[in-house]
Design a protein around this ligand. Sequence first.
Ligand SMILES: [Zn+2]
Length: 159
Amino acid sequence: MSNLKVKKGDTVLVIAGKDKGKKAKVLAVSPLKNRVIVEGVNVVSKCKKARSAQEKSEIIKKEAGIDASNVMVVCPKCGKPTRVSHQIIDGKKVRVCKCGASLDKEFVKEVKKASKTDKTPKPEPAVKETKKKATKTTKVAKKEEKPAKKSTKKTKESK
Ligand SMILES: [Zn+2]
């Protein structure tokens, strides 16, 4: 597990370096190096020289990445840069903002999905099954009862 508080897909605020004050999306993280690659932050130009006549020399601009300590995660809910704290919800470690919102979009999705599936389909099929079973058994019971009644009536009539 990585100890980085910043994750791919987060919006971060750069708090140090030449791109200080920029808000951008995290493209990649490297927990081992404690670095984050942020869109448009610390862009380095690299020259790609033509090796053949058909190839063109070009300048490639690429994000070199910055130290993870130079960014703060921006909360998608309150829009403020926040110190990430952790909470354990349903056995999962979730990053949480000061405002209480989860910073992990995946977890939010999972929670929504789980709550949806838990709320609706679970009680309904159980009720339907019991109803079906009940109607089937009553039908069977009626079928069984009818000839019996007729026979009893006949026997009564004959008597
Ligand atoms: Zn927040």
